[in-house]
Structure formats: structure tokens, C-alpha cells
Design a protein around this ligand. Structure first.
Ligand code: ZN
Length: 128
């Protein structure tokens, strides 16, 4: 894997480091920082398809960075955020916004990272 590839997928490395940190009982600060790194990677950098709906009803297949972002078309970014809200109300968010396995995985690590950040803060409080 070259450096560019490494940079594209650093979020996976952060996710692996996060799992290792949890299993080795790392400090809360370390867990929170790694969790937030994983979440922001999935939200703003993970290479995915844009996924906004074109006028002819097909999904936009241009490259986008992060599951929250659209492609270069500004209209698509707004549309994506709007659709995410609408479709989550309709209970169809996973199929509509994350049509591919890669995007589902992105959503999975984003949610996992968020849960991890929350848990990192709550667990020390609960366990004292
Ligand atoms: Zn697009």
C-alpha cells in the first residue's frame, strides 16, 4: 500500500487502534480522541459515492468524501442532508442513503465511533 492509500484509509487504522485501546483498557482521553477521529473520518473523509438523487431518478455515482458529504455539486450536498432527515423519518435511511456495502460500513463505523465516545465518557463514571 502506498502513502496515498494509507492516507485514504487512515480511518480504518484509527478504528483498529480504537478497538485495541478498548481491549487494553486505555485512558479515557485516548478512547475519546480515537473515537472522534473515527467518527470524523467516516463523516467527512471516507471515500464513497455521492448518492444524491439525480433528476432522472438515478443515484449520483460521483465520488464524495465522507457519508455526510456529497460530490462537488453544492446542490447535492444539501440534498443529501435533506434526504437523510426525510428518509430517516420514513425508516428507509439505510437503503436510501447508504446504497452500497462500503457506505453501510462507513455508517457502521460512524455510529460505532459515536457509541465508543459516549461509552468512554460514561463507563468511568459508572464504574467509579
Ligand atoms: Zn452528486
Amino acid at each position: 500500500m502506498n502513502m496515498r492509500g494509507m492516507w485514504t484509509y487512515w480511518g480504518y487504522i484509527a478504528a483498529a487502534a480504537l478497538i485495541a485501546a478498548w481491549s487494553s483498557g486505555a485512558a479515557t482521553a485516548v478512547l475519546v480522541v480515537l473515537s472522534l477521529a473515527v467518527v470524523s473520518y467516516a463523516a467527512f473523509q471516507l471515500p464513497v459515492w455521492c448518492g444524491a438523487v439525480n433528476r432522472n431518478g438515478t443515484y449520483c455515482r460521483r465520488n464524495a468524501s465522507g457519508i455526510l458529504m456529497g460530490c462537488g455539486l453544492r446542490q447535492h450536498r444539501w440534498q443529501k442532508i435533506k434526504l437523510m432527515v426525510l428518509r430517516s423519518k420514513a425508516g428507509d435511511i439505510s437503503r436510501a442513503v447508504f446504497p452500497t456495502a462500503k457506505e453501510k460500513f462507513g455508517a457502521f463505523i460512524a455510529v460505532g465511533g459515536l457509541a465508543s465516545a459516549v461509552a468512554a465518557v460514561i463507563v468511568p463514571v459508572v464504574t467509579g
